[in-house]
Design a protein around this ligand. Structure first.
Ligand SMILES: [Zn+2]
Length: 473
């Protein structure tokens, strides 16, 4: 019966073309797949899931209906009924542990006045699709959805289960999304490997330059500096004025660059980036790997000035971003506070780091503390010698014909919670033009867009990676 149904599907829908040797799994007819991809992508983009408030349940229902229609077992799970998540699963033989593919359904807010095309219109123009979520994260969401549909229809025999997750609340409310899933439904999402957002293919001048795969991310934490003193009349300056003490502390922290520490990912990152960069820039990437501290320091100086993201990848960073103190010009306040955005290397000892900040502040009238608990747990680095990384690298070569560079994210993603539970996670993404970011079309920008051709190429890439990792061997 099953075989018969597949044959009918092939004949009726024309979605599948037999592979040349006839014995292999049918491979998708990509032209037909593209029409369906665009339909789902636009439909998802047109659902207003801006967070806050999120309202991701509309997207969860859309996805659930598709899975139901296709006969893919799927469930909606929600801590907050308005903010549902979807889990779907294709069964494999169980010879290997599951593979999880996921995308988040919420998007960041918009200022409609800044958009040429309405932000939830999914307008197609000049080879692009415009809309909030086009590159964060309804691209990954659509690619994961299409991969599930193609796997199901092709009836590919699998060595491992393939799990699909669409999670709510990635943009700042993980309690309804990944935290809820890991806490309440971990058995249903537990996997050996996970693919999610966080990587991408870089195009320069319209040509593919390289692909980055996120194998690790820094851990965000907040540190507060609280200067205390005695309040008084502004006409009588005091040695204990907390504003003055806080300003000194902030300046010292701001000038401090915590020690450089490389890991497997960042060492491979700078090495591979050097291999494909012009000699003058490549020199800095190689020098960063030098065992000579003076050479390394000079390279870091260059990066800090010219490529600050790369400088952040070398260390735990601390950026003072908020200062508050005082309320009247003629009153010396009794307290002044600064907040540091700290991005810890994943293996950093967080208590020891706090002590280091205290030493840099070096002022007993300034308290240094973590005001709130960490929101993202530390997790392990995905291995570069794993089957998954090799499958990703092979797919990058086949689909993009370029080099794969493992990267550590300086920001945070929902992969952190899974890494914290021992899942090896890899961040991937479609190709975008480096020139597009500065023009204001990137993730979280005033506008957002993705090339249609790159959406379709990304679906093929997903298919290649997932079949490479899960197909029966
Ligand atoms: Zn995102």
């Amino acid at each position: 019966m099953r075989t018969f149904r597949v044959v009918v599907l092939v004949l009726v829908s024309g979605l599948w073309m037999a592979a040349a040797d006839g014995a292999q799994t049918a491979s998708p007819d990509w032209k037909t797949v593209e029409e369906e991809t665009m339909r789902h992508y636009q439909a998802l983009l047109r659902l207003d899931t801006r967070n806050p408030p999120g309202n991701e349940t509309v997207a969860a229902q859309y996805l659930k209906e598709i899975f139901d229609r296709e006969g893919i077992p799927a469930q909606i799970v929600a801590g907050d009924p308005a903010r549902a998540n979807v889990i779907a699963r294709l069964k494999g033989s169980g010879r290997k542990k599951p593979l999880l593919i996921m995308g988040h359904t919420d998007v960041v807010t918009v200022d409609p006045a800044k958009w040429t095309h309405p932000p939830f219109s999914a307008t197609r123009e000049g080879g692009y699709v415009y809309g909030r979520g086009t590159v964060d994260d309804k691209d990954n969401l659509t690619a994961a959805l299409m991969t599930m549909l193609l796997l199901k229809r092709s009836n590919v025999a699998l060595d491992r289960d393939v799990i699909f997750v669409a999670e709510a609340g990635e943009e700042g409310s993980t309690n309804v999304g990944i935290d809820f899933l890991v806490k309440e439904h971990f058995a249903e999402v537990e996997a050996e490997y996970c693919l999610a957002e966080g990587g991408g293919v870089t195009r320069k001048g319209g040509a593919v330059a390289f692909a980055t795969v996120q194998t690790l991310e820094k851990i965000p934490r907040r540190i507060e500096l609280v200067a205390g003193g005695v309040a008084g009349h502004g006409s009588v300056p005091l040695k204990t004025n907390p504003v003055v003490h806080l300003a000194g502390a902030v300046a010292r922290v701001g000038e401090w660059r915590p020690p450089i520490r490389l890991n497997e990912t960042t060492a491979a990152y700078f090495k591979r980036l050097a291999d494909i960069s012009p000699p003058d820039v490549a020199k800095h990437y190689r020098d960063v790997l030098s065992s000579d501290p003076a050479v390394q320091r000079a390279a870091d100086d260059w990066l800090f000035e010219n490529e600050p993201r790369h400088s952040s990848m070398l260390r735990t960073s601390a950026s003072p971003n908020i200062m508050t103190g005082g309320y009247r010009f003629n009153v010396i306040p009794s307290q002044a506070t600064a907040t540091l955005d700290v991005r810890l290397l994943p293996d950093e000892n967080q208590d020891a780091f706090l002590q280091q900040v205290k030493a840099v502040v070096n002022d007993p009238s300034v308290e240094v503390r973590y005001p709130v608990a960490a929101t993202r747990p530390p997790g392990m680095e995905a291995r570069l010698d794993s089957e998954a990384f090799k499958a990703i690298e092979a797919a990058v070569t086949r689909v993009y014909d370029t080099v794969t560079i493992p990267a550590m994210g300086t920001g945070a993603t929902d992969m952190a919670q899974l890494r914290g539970k021992g899942v090896q996670c890899f961040g991937i993404g479609p190709a975008t033009d480096t020139e597009d970011g500065p023009k204001g079309f990137g993730a979280h920008s005033d506008q957002e867009r993705l090339l249609e051709s790159e959406l379709h190429r990304f679906v093929r890439f997903n298919w290649e990676v997932v079949t490479g990792l899960a197909k029966k061997q």
